[in-house]
Write a protein that binds this ligand. Structure first.
Ligand code: NAP
Length: 490
């Protein structure tokens, strides 16, 4: 442990899971001089912004929990969204974070001037910090589809992350566009109450079966009595095998693990869908795990309800009364839900971030967002990202990832705490070397095996961690300071 010498002021951007983690960890270290800026009116990030019917987390609940705040009370193996949101609210109270969160405050710019970060909010307030932690989330900016005629639709329509709770769905003719994890969850829920529901799919998805396991009072009591039972769900042999199988599969197209995943999803389709025509409609023409895996215990039942139809193909246009497909078919609708995903090329943007000499992050990220090992950027000293670009995403738990990244970032902050240097940033050469290796590896992953997905950048290269999860944990354990510039004075 270094000798703490220098008092540091921190600004954390975002009070979602990662920003809260940073706040908690700073407090543990005695770094109490920080403010978390949050543009929303409460904590929870994605779990605050998403409130669509059927919202859940398809990562096991006990794994999708802070390692230091496990929760024996989860109601199910896969927790519903509102319960996860309540968990984060409770964390904010338990760790007394809210007094240090500035809610309804959006950051307009962060500029590195004379060795410190000058922060300006959109309502004109300012702040100064030695260290900025950007915890602004990955799936944050809704992607509205550029479907002709959308604005001419006579009924309500909205993005899944901007759900309009004033709209009733009982007995209505509902259209859902998009069949990623979100669309699949919405269809599974709304199919039970819709008059009719049409699920519009530009490209079908492989569906990974999963248990619909609710925890009984006895289960919860067992978790309360014996934390080892929680640890077993988090990191026991089954969880470790699942992680290892998934990582082996994504980095090696010829691996038996990927073949096994392919076999499971094909069997799921074969065994679950009775009508051979519907089965073929739902069969993707790309490999399993190419897109982010969709887990569902309910979707194949939902699409076989008599009131549900699957429309696979290209939407020609939206008209006042409904949706016309390119094949000429027309679906009359009362309401349309757009489960069309997010603009993942944004990250901290549209916030203006300027580093040494006024260099703009927007310029550095013109092609695609880049960060050394997903956490730091050359020429942007003392600016760190949690769940930043090119980290592991998708079917891993982002909480584990953020915790590992914090372990790494905290060691860099130790250099500032100890007075070893005033500022720290990776060298340009280190970022270039990382990006070169990462890009080459990414091209060989299953994500690049021939499908469209949010993992891909403009050039079609996966913008994600292309190595094993074990390697990620290894790299995050200790920063390689040879790759960093330690700056004494500005
Ligand atoms: P997504 O996976 O990006 O899916 C977007 C869907 O919209 C795709 O089916 C896409 O079709 C379709 N689409 C986009 N533009 C369209 C257009 N112009 N016309 C027709 N279809 C269009 O988005 P998401 O489902 O919101 O999921 C995003 C990520 O959020 C997930 O991958 C996951 O990481 C996270 N998530 C997690 C959970 C969980 O349970 N843990 C739940 C929900 C979301 P194409 O496939 O043809 O592009």
């Amino acid at each position: 442990m270094p000798t703490d010498k220098r008092p540091l002021r921190f600004v954390i951007i975002g009070a979602g899971m990662a920003g809260m983690l940073a706040g908690i960890r700073l407090k543990e270290r005695g770094d109490t001089d920080f403010t978390i800026y949050e543009k929303g009116d409460t904590v929870g990030g994605t779990w605050r912004e998403n409130s669509y019917p059927g919202l859940a987390c398809d990562t096991p609940a006990h794994s999708y929990t802070f390692s230091f705040a496990t929760n024996p009370e989860w109601s199910a193996f896969y927790a519903p969204g509102p319960e996860i949101r309540a968990y984060f609210e409770d964390i904010a109270d338990r760790y007394d974070l809210k007094s240090q969160i500035s809610f309804n405050t959006e950051i307009a710019s962060c500029r590195f001037v004379d060795g410190r970060w000058r922060i300006v909010t959109t309502d004109g307030r300012d702040d100064v910090a030695d260290v900025v932690i950007a915890a602004t989330g990955v799936l944050h900016h809704p992607a509205m589809p550029d479907i002709p005629g959308l604005a001419s639709f006579a009924g309500p329509y909205f993005h899944s992350a901007r759900w309009d709770h004033s709209v009733g769905f009982d007995g209505k003719r509902i259209g859902v566009i998009g069949n990623g994890s979100t669309g699949v969850q919405i269809v599974s829920a709304l199919s039970k109450i819709a008059g009719t529901l049409v699920h519009f799919q530009r490209s079908p998805q492989w569906i990974m079966p999963c248990p619909d396991l609710k925890y009984s009072d006895a289960d919860k009591q067992a978790f309360r009595d014996d934390p080892a039972k929680i640890e077993a769900v988090r990191n026991g042999p089954e969880a470790s095998a699942r992680r290892a199988r998934f990582t082996a599969a994504i980095i090696d197209l010829d691996s038996p693990e990927l073949a096994e995943i392919q076999e499971i999803v094909e069997r799921n389709l074969q065994d679950s869908i009775r009508d051979p025509d519907l089965r073929e409609k739902l069969r993707p023409d790309y490999r399993a795990a190419c897109k982010r895996m969709v887990f569902s215990a309910h979707y194949y039942n939902a699409v076989q309800r008599p009131n549900v139809e699957v429309a696979v193909g290209t939407i020609e246009r939206v008209e006042a009364a409904g949706i016309r497909m390119k094949d000429g078919s027309f679906h009359e609708l009362d309401v349309i839900a757009l489960a069309t995903g997010f603009r993942v090329d944004q990250f901290v943007r549209p916030m203006i971030v300027e580093g040494v000499g006024g260099q703009s992050l927007d310029v550095l990220w013109a092609e695609h967002p880049r960060a050394y090992y997903a956490v730091a950027v050359p020429d942007f000293p003392n600016f760190f990202l949690l769940n930043g670009p090119t980290g592991p995403v998708g079917n891993f738990t982002l909480i584990d990832i953020a915790e590992a990244q914090w372990t790494y970032i905290d060691q860099l902050i130790d250099l500032l705490r100890a007075g070893t240097c005033d500022a720290v940033a990776p060298s340009r050469a280190a970022l270039e070397n990382y990006e070169e290796r990462r890009t080459e590896a990414a091209k060989r992953t299953v994500f690049a095996s021939g499908c469209r997905s949010w993992y891909l950048d403009k050039q079609g290269v996966p913008q994600v961690w292309p190595w094993s999860y074990a390697y990620f944990q290894h790299v995050m354990a200790t920063p390689n300071l040879d790759d960093y510039d330690l700056i004494q004075r500005y």
